[in-house]
Design a protein around this ligand. Structure first.
Ligand SMILES: NC(=O)c1ccc[n+]([C@@H]2O[C@H](COP(=O)([O-])OP(=O)(O)OC[C@H]3O[C@@H](n4cnc5c(N)ncnc54)[C@H](OP(=O)(O)O)[C@@H]3O)[C@@H](O)[C@H]2O)c1
Ligand SMILES: [Zn+2]
Ligand SMILES: [Zn+2]
Length: 346
């Protein structure tokens, strides 16, 4: 199908504007997707501000993309026209760098990054690498599935790969797009789940999402509160403050892990003492691969986990993005481009 499609591009740092572009054919190994929904992730800020390393403008942001394949490029055999698929942040590995050769595709040194190296999903149409897409189960509407492609897989993978055991005390810091899914995953994975937010307003929401306990970091020392509970085996840090993250180390149990998924602009300050005495550790975790996304979607269907979303039309992307940056989204704004038959929320 030729013609034009609408997209929202960053034309200059800080400027999101609606444009029309000509529809192009997918190249070898690519598919063209008619986008139905795209979540607005905080990481989109790195595209909007122009800060993402290697970014060139104009660029269409968006890496929580759900849509239907409408054209297949040469050599694509695994996917079918009409199939509903999703695209996340890391949307194609080069297959030849050292991490790739060691089977660690998410840490590819030359990846295709949606909304950064290629145009993303704030658009009616997106071209994606066939090796970088995930299949979407029928049980999820497109708007519901979208946040699972980044916020979902990032928190699900970080928790499932942390070597935790059922009943462990696990804290999720930040009750936002990532955090509100992290709380649900932690609870359904069988952990004693503590949400750490700022302000009492989020307490009920966090408990409704499955948190056993809530710490209001605006009025109490979160690390001290975690120590009173026995110390956390893991803290999944999704917040955007490095200062707040560093202070959480003191809330870990011996051998506890601070898993950094939030990407603050400020530095994380650490004292070596709790790391040495008690063998605590801190490390980062980057989203996941397309098959990790499929696992996230399957677990979400299995355990009835859904993001809390606010739908917005593509044309309102700039306002929606601003709302997210102000911390007002509850909890993910999803640009709904085209309501799918399974879409209840659009
Ligand atoms: N590692 C990865 O692969 C990956 C993937 C996706 C996103 N990210 C990063 O993860 C972070 C969160 O993304 P998101 O989409 O969830 O963002 P979001 O929906 O905008 O939520 C922002 C979160 O940051 C917290 N926060 C803001 N200011 C804070 C402060 N001063 N102290 C403590 N917490 C603060 C908020 O916590 P309250 O609940 O207390 O308000 C909220 O939970 C971003 O940095 C994003 O770039 C990383
Ligand atoms: Zn993201
Ligand atoms: Zn690679």
């Amino acid at each position: 199908m030729r013609g034009k499609y609408k997209a929202v591009e960053v034309s200059a740092p800080g400027v999101l504007r609606v444009v029309e572009r000509p529809v192009s054919e997918p190249g070898a190994g690519q598919v063209r997707i008619r986008v139905e929904a795209c979540g607005i992730c905080h990481t989109d800020a790195a595209t909007v501000t122009g800060a993402y390393p290697g970014l060139t403008l104009p660029r269409v942001p968006g890496h929580e993309v759900i849509g239907r394949i409408e054209a297949l490029g040469p050599g694509v055999s695994r996917w079918k026209i009409g199939q509903r698929v999703g695209v996340g942040l890391i949307a194609g590995e080069d297959g030849v760098c050292e991490p790739c050769r060691r089977g660690d595709a998410v840490n590819c040194q030359n990846p295709v990054v949606s909304g950064v190296t290629v145009d993303g999903g704030y658009a009616e149409v997106m071209i994606a690498e066939a090796r970088g897409i995930a299949s979407i189960p029928d049980e999820l509407s497109s708007a519901e599935a979208a946040p699972l492609l980044c916020a979902g897989v990032t928190t699900y993978n970080a928790l499932r790969n942390a070597g935790l055991r059922a009943g462990d005390l696990v804290a999720v810091q930040g009750v936002g797009g990532l955090g509100h899914l992290g709380i649900q995953f932690a609870r359904r994975m069988g952990f004693r789940t503590v949400a750490i937010g700022r302000g009492r307003e989020k307490e009920k929401l966090a408990k409704d999402l499955g948190a056993h306990l809530y710490i209001d970091a605006a009025v109490e020392d979160a690390a001290a509160a975690l120590q009173r509970m026995g110390g956390a085996r893991a803290i999944l840090a999704t917040g955007t403050s490095g200062d707040a993250m560093g202070r959480l180390v003191a809330g870990l149990a011996a051998r506890g892990k601070l898993i950094v998924v939030g990407a603050p602009e400020d530095q994380i300050q650490l004292s070596a003492i709790p790391l040495i005495f008690g063998g605590r550790s801190i490390y980062g975790s980057l989203t996941g691969t397309p098959i990790d996304s499929e696992d996230t979607l399957a677990f979400s269907v299995l355990e009835n986990i859904r993001p809390m979303i606010e739908a917005a039309p593509l044309e309102q992307a700039a306002d929606a993005y601003a709302r997210m940056m102000e911390g007002k989204a509850r909890f993910r704004i999803v640009l709904v481009t085209l309501a799918s038959p399974t879409d209840k929320s659009a």
